[in-house]
Design a protein around this ligand. Structure first.
Ligand SMILES: [Zn+2]
Length: 1025
């Protein structure tokens, strides 16, 4: 899935660990790797059990919840114990690490401490054993005999529901689904019938599977050995979206059975499941279409199924429809037969073995263009009036499909690939096998209104979704804890594919920008390891964040640079071949890589330090003569006091790269694997300067000694091109990150920026503008307008001449066009030079032509924004918005409309988008982001979120990317204690589930950090600007 449709990263957010009901998280064996600190015990949280209905009884061996409770209690106490021992480790000398990072031999004192710790451990374990096994039950402790007592929830009919875990049992597995659906676009209801062939692995009387919101009317079970289908009872437990089919006889090991269920439901009015979308056709008549979005947990709301990614099966799908509609599904259509007056049934070929979340179907009236490549028919579908905007997507999809087949040496296995623009879609796109769905802005490209950046976005999203046809669809993560295997890889491959297929788009700089933003989020204490245990639906939803996507991709980039491209490519080819049509864990990937490195490097050992630990390292470099002393610690933006030190048990295996003044070209970065706390690297000769983390291909921040910082700052001033564009952007990002943790003064960071007068490239300038905008936003929202103006003056001094040189055209290379777009947007919003005057003039001309005059696409948004400042201009823009058929243009218009300073208009925009009629609800999070960015709107955005919270979480789902984004954008500029208290109180007043959302924790931590930043830097800022 591609969750970041526009600004591909609005600093999204995460998840909560939970081990109460789950299998063991993928943890490192601490005994084997004593210096590694994979999961923080204090991060493990537990679902409160008091809310659950519990029924006691005796019975089946397939579920022993009490035993599980007991184990969980032990685990909980064990974890607390482990936590205390960790505390001892850092405070006393327990298992301390010597300065070179090796684990020291315990001293006498250590041994005494260990003995005490051991004694406590034994006591705790004894207490656990002696305690009655009643922890977490409502009733408190009862005396009972030694027979294990089972705790089951109640089904909706009051009977005992025979399963009490979030995850389905593995005693019955699905092999094949025959699914018949009949959606009615007039009543917006649908009827369904599914026959699931299952195989029994372990004898049982129940089949447990998922179903959500389905009205089940009939259920039967058949077997080869039975004379006829037998009716079965279906118990429902909606809390976990589960149903239990109670078999009339024991289901025998190795036998296949067919479960048939008839049901009905409503088409959803959210963006999830089998949902309806209204749209205007080419004659402006309101119509409906129905489409699906199943990832991660919504296939169950369209048909009863085993809705976990590892339960792969084949699917035969039939859809009954009105004659005037058409249908699409994953596989090609093979036959259409009449079934009733005006109703026909389309049947699609049997699918490959795949996960339920990849099943898709659409009932609509769309048009397409197609092209065949390598025996696959590629088609782009859109609403008829938008068919003129699909050509770029078709060419791009064909080129990329060819690229991936060559790169992976595995053919795309289906005969067709449809890419469909859905007029209302929450995510950016979704990779359903053979039927990829998109937002209109991520698939359609219009010559007259799409900018250079729009083209890049469309290309990138197609590249991402096509990569999923292998990473995700052919080989799938076993469970959502390893979502990064899908998303990190698809994101990484997206950049590889674009670099090779469309080098002119320069997407590597885009990727760099995203790495910077992801590291900001990952340096919060509320961050998580990218492979993290998840159970509840909110936790699973929260996995769709920038860590799974961008951090995942960044780690793969770092590995690729270290082991070199050919080995890396061979490794992933190996992985795809080894696990085609199967499910994997992170370890499977490293094992496949290790087959290639063949003992020269243990990829698993190296990568586990990155996958299982949250955050990333700060590497401090000290140079003396030819020696480089390097040292690592966790980079944490902490709200603690200045002399606080981060947890010393974090240790990464860091593939360091560095370049020096004696490197004759950029082809010679040196490499060094830092797998200890510190090390000394000997250079061959003395050098004038050294720069670590070349092109920021590694996922770490670097701090230098005072002299080396000064040398680098000087180098930027005297000879900036001695460093690559990415290295220059990296130094800017690096130094401001260090200001954030108090390692470098703000003054030094501003000194570094002074070289910008000589800078002509987008990456460093946009990074500088990003950093300065963060400061501007903070002081502006605190009402310090004079100080904010001085930040802008600083930019004017550095970039003024470049702003004046810009032309209002679409001329130039892509890089020049992006540069123009970035600096003019900044200049106009801060009234620099004559930017606003020119933009206003252009808007007047456009308005006078009734919107027929074509505007340069790269500055179109800036022109609209200038025009939207007057009431007249705003009204005109809104009327053009409602009639435009270009989503690229509408997107720019909407951003301009939301930039007005008129708070009544801002309120109206948010409200109208929430209603979803005139402005689609898919735009809401982006509108709230734009509104919250401005001074008049920043309190309004938060007020709107508070007032409409219940509606928001109903429409977008708790934990979804949209909700993560809304929480972030409406709070991230707050920097006062009063706002901190307000945000905290609001979420705490909702529910524990909501206050425990990772995005909420991150929002609170961000406000605390803002307060801290202001305390630390405000005086310096006032003094030096
Ligand atoms: Zn994806």
């Amino acid at each position: 899935m591609e969750p970041f449709p526009h600004d591909r990263i609005q600093l999204p957010r995460n998840m909560i660990e939970n081990s109460m009901f789950e299998e063991e998280p993928d943890v490192v064996d601490l005994a084997k790797e004593p210096c590694l600190h994979p999961l923080e015990p204090d991060e493990v949280e537990y679902e409160p059990r008091s809310s659950r209905l519990l029924v006691r009884g005796l019975g089946e061996n397939e579920m022993d919840e009490d035993e599980e409770d007991y184990e969980s209690s032990a685990k909980l106490l064990g974890m607390s114990f482990m936590n205390r021992s960790t505390g001892l480790r850092s405070n006393a000398s327990g298992y301390s690490q010597s300065s070179d990072g090796s684990c020291s031999v315990p001293s006498l004192r250590t041994m005494v401490v260990c003995a005490v710790v051991l004694l406590i451990a034994v006591s705790v374990i004894m207490v656990i054993y002696l305690l009655p096994k009643c922890t977490f039950t409502k009733e408190g402790c009862h005396k009972k005999n030694h027979t294990m007592e089972l705790i089951y929830p109640l089904a909706t009919n009051g009977k005992r529901f025979p399963w009490a875990k979030n995850r389905l049992p593995s005693n019955v597995v699905p092999l094949h689904y025959d699914l018949i659906l009949q959606p009615n676009l007039t009543t917006t209801k649908f009827a369904g019938s599914v026959q699931i062939t299952v195989n029994v692995i372990q004898v049982t009387w129940n089949i447990i599977l998922h179903s959500s919101g389905l009205n089940i009317t009939k259920a039967t079970l058949t077997s080869a050995g039975w004379n006829q289908a037998k009716p079965v009872e279906v118990l429902e437990y909606p809390v976990r979206d589960q149903i239990a089919v109670v078999a009339p006889d024991a289901l025998l090991v190795g036998q296949n059975y067919t479960l048939s269920i008839d049901y009905s439901s409503n088409l959803s009015d959210t963006y999830y499941g089998f949902y309806k979308v209204s749209y205007k056709d080419e004659h402006a008549k309101k119509r409906w279409l129905a489409a699906t979005q199943f990832e991660p947990l919504a296939a169950r709301s369209a048909f009863p199924c085993f809705d976990e990614p590892a339960f792969k099966a084949t699917f035969l799908i039939k859809i009954k429809r009105d004659e005037q509609h058409s249908t699409l599904s994953n596989m090609p259509k093979i036959v259409t037969i009449p079934v009733a007056a005006g109703i026909v049934q389309d049947e699609f070929s049997v699918s490959l073995k795949m996960s339920t979340y990849l099943v898709a179907f659409i009932v609509a009236n769309l048009k397409n263009i197609s092209k065949e490549t390598n025996r696959t028919l590629v088609s782009i579908y859109a609403m008829p009036q938008k068919l003129g905007q699909v050509e770029h997507a078709l060419d791009t999809a064909v080129k990329l499909l060819e690229f991936y087949q060559k790169y992976f040496h595995i053919e795309y296995p289906l005969q067709k690939l449809d890419l469909v623009a859905i007029p209302d879609f929450q995510a950016g796109a979704m990779e359903n096998w053979g039927l990829i769905t998109f937002r209109e802005t991520t698939l359609l490209y219009d010559d007259k209104t799409s900018s250079a950046m729009d083209k890049k976005l469309v290309t990138a999203v197609i590249a991402h979704e096509l990569a999923h046809q292998w990473f995700g669809n052919l080989v799938t993560m076993e469970w959502w804890n390893d979502l990064w295997l899908n998303e990190g890889f698809a994101t990484f491959m997206e950049y590889i594919a674009m670099e090779r297929t469309f080098p002119e788009l320069q997407t590597d700089e885009e990727f760099l920008k995203l790495r910077f933003k992801t590291m900001m989020k990952d340096s919060l204490n509320a961050s998580r390891p990218i492979s993290s245990a998840v159970q509840s639906s909110e936790q699973i939803e929260e996995m769709f964040d920038t860590l799974s996507y961008i951090k995942g991709a960044s780690l793969l980039l770092m590995l690729k640079k270290y082991i070199k491209h050919d080995s890396f490519q061979a490794g992933i080819e190996n992985y795809l071949h080894n696990h085609s049509y199967g499910s994997t864990r992170s370890d499977d990937l490293w094992d496949s890589m290790n087959e290639i490195t063949n003992g020269t490097l243990d990829v698993k050992k190296l990568m586990k330090t990155w996958i299982l630990q949250k955050g990333f390292p700060l590497v401090t470099v000290k140079r003396k003569g030819k020696s480089l002393y390097v040292q690592q610690e966790r980079f944490l933006r902490s709200v603690e006091s200045e002399n606080w030190t981060s947890d010393a048990s974090y240790l990464w295996h860091i593939p360091l790269s560095y370049t020096t003044s004696s490197c004759s070209s950029f082809l010679c970065p040196y490499a060094y694997l830092l797998d200890q706390k510190s090390a000394t690297i000997e250079l061959q000769e003395e050098v004038k300067w050294v720069k670590f983390n070349v092109d920021m291909n590694g996922y770490y921040i670097v701090h230098y000694a005072e002299d080396d910082w000064n040398t680098l700052i000087n180098l930027l001033r005297t000879d900036p091109i001695a460093l690559s564009t990415k290295d220059r952007a990296h130094l800017i990002n690096n130094i401001f990150s260090l200001v954030g943790i108090g390692k470098v003064s703000l003054l030094k960071a501003f000194h570094l920026l002074d070289y910008l007068e000589k800078e002509n490239h987008t990456a460093p300038i946009s990074q500088a503008l990003f950093q300065l905008s963060l400061i501007y936003d903070l002081v502006e929202k605190r009402g310090m307008q004079n100080l904010a103006a001085r930040v802008v003056d600083r930019v004017k001094k550095l970039l003024g001449s470049k702003i004046d040189q810009q032309t209002w055209t679409d001329n130039g290379t892509l890089s020049e066009r992006e540069f123009r777009s970035t600096v003019l947007a900044f200049a106009c919003s801060h009234h620099l030079g004559n930017c606003s005057t020119t933009a206003t003039e252009l808007f007047k001309e456009w308005k006078a032509s009734n919107g027929t005059k074509s505007l340069p696409t790269d500055v179109m948004k800036t022109v609209f924004t200038a025009g939207a400042k007057t009431d007249d201009g705003w009204e005109f823009l809104l009327s053009m918005y409602t009639s435009s058929v270009s989503e690229a243009e509408k997107h720019k218009m909407l951003e301009a409309l939301a930039s007005t300073e008129d708070v009544r208009k801002l309120m109206w925009l948010m409200q109208t988008s929430l209603e979803g009629d005139l402005i689609r609800a898919q735009e809401l999070s982006h509108i709230i982001a734009t509104v919250s960015q401005s001074l008049p709107g920043h309190l309004l955005g938060w007020d709107f979120v508070k007032e409409n919270w219940e509606k928001l979480i109903r429409k977008f789902h708790l934990g979804s990317f949209a909700i993560q984004n809304i929480v972030t954008v409406s709070t991230f500029q707050f920097s006062t204690e009063a706002h901190l208290l307000e945000v905290k109180t609001f979420f705490e007043s909702k529910s524990e589930k909501i206050s425990q959302l990772r995005c909420v924790k991150e929002a609170i931590e961000t406000i605390q950090l803002n307060i801290k930043w202001m305390e630390r830097n405000l005086a310096a800022l006032q003094q030096w600007l």
